[in-house]
Design a protein around this ligand. Structure first.
Ligand SMILES: *Cc1c(COP(=O)(O)O)cnc(C)c1O
Length: 244
């Protein structure tokens, strides 16, 4: 199947899942997870209906951005963000999905103040409680949202999570339901400057489930570009080296 056909298929699945809960296809934003995909294949996807590029690694993203920056696409950063990469992520990212700790918020703020601008972010929550996944603990998510909301340089636009990797649909749904609950609680709190527009959850294996549970943004790679050669462990290191 071509990238174009895969995209059409994914979009149809998105529309179908949305319809099941009384939403429209347009209510769901598709982010293409493009790690390991070369620039020319990403270009093909952009020209065939994929309008958001989601990258995981800063160096890889910057290289592709150099080649593709004139294409009609927005750029999201969906990988783990190290504090020493803050300057580089701001060179290309329109939305950062992975803000998960105050030390990172502070570093982003410092850099944005220097540049005299602001940026859009999502707060990443570790809904699966797995050690190997990044994200703030669910119990600490609302307080991180509140603390982050005090920084004028950062606009919180929603929440992000990576669901549990399992075939057990009940367990997957539990992660997504948890993120939706936190999302609803944040709205209830009515925190100044915080907008809960995006609930970024769901990947190739579970995006339809995620939509049924309230996702308004899904991140899909394999179902568009085919299987990757590089193991995801390279992108999701199991050691939280920075977090002590
Ligand atoms: C790779 C990746 C995805 C997409 O994964 P697929 O299973 O290939 O669809 C989504 N989100 C993040 C954070 C990723 O790293």
């Amino acid at each position: 199947m071509s990238i174009k056909e895969n995209l059409m298929h994914v979009k149809q699945n998105i529309a179908d899942a949305a319809a099941r809960i009384g939403k429209k296809a347009e209510d769901i934003t598709l982010v293409m997870a493009t790690k390991t995909v070369d620039a020319e294949r990403i270009r093909e996807a952009v020209r065939n209906g994929g309008h958001i590029i989601g990258e995981n690694k800063i160096q890889e993203a910057l290289k592709k951005y150099e080649v593709l920056k004139d294409e009609d696409a927005a750029w999201h950063f969906i990988g783990h963000l190290q504090t020493n990469k803050v300057k580089d992520v701001l060179k290309f990212a329109d939305l950062i999905h992975s803000v998960d700790r105050l030390s990172l918020v502070e570093k982003l703020d410092q850099r944005l103040l220097k540049e005299g601008r602001s940026t859009d972010i999502l707060i990443q929550v570790n809904t699966s409680y797995e050690e190997s996944k990044y994200g703030v603990a669910p119990e600490e998510a609302i307080s991180l949202v509140k603390e982050t909301s005090r920084y004028d340089t950062l606009r919180i636009r929603g929440l992000m999570t990576i669901g549990l990797f399992t075939n057990d649909e009940v367990k997957i749904r539990k992660c997504f339901k948890l993120l939706k609950d936190i999302h609803d609680s944040v709205i209830k709190e009515g925190i100044d400057r915080v907008e809960m527009q995006y609930l970024s959850m769901g990947m190739s294996g579970d995006y339809q489930i995620a939509i049924e549970e309230g996702a308004s943004m899904v991140r899909v790679g394999t179902a568009i570009f085919g299987a990757r050669n590089t193991p995801d462990a390279y992108y999701w290191p199991s050691e939280k080296v920075e977090r002590k």
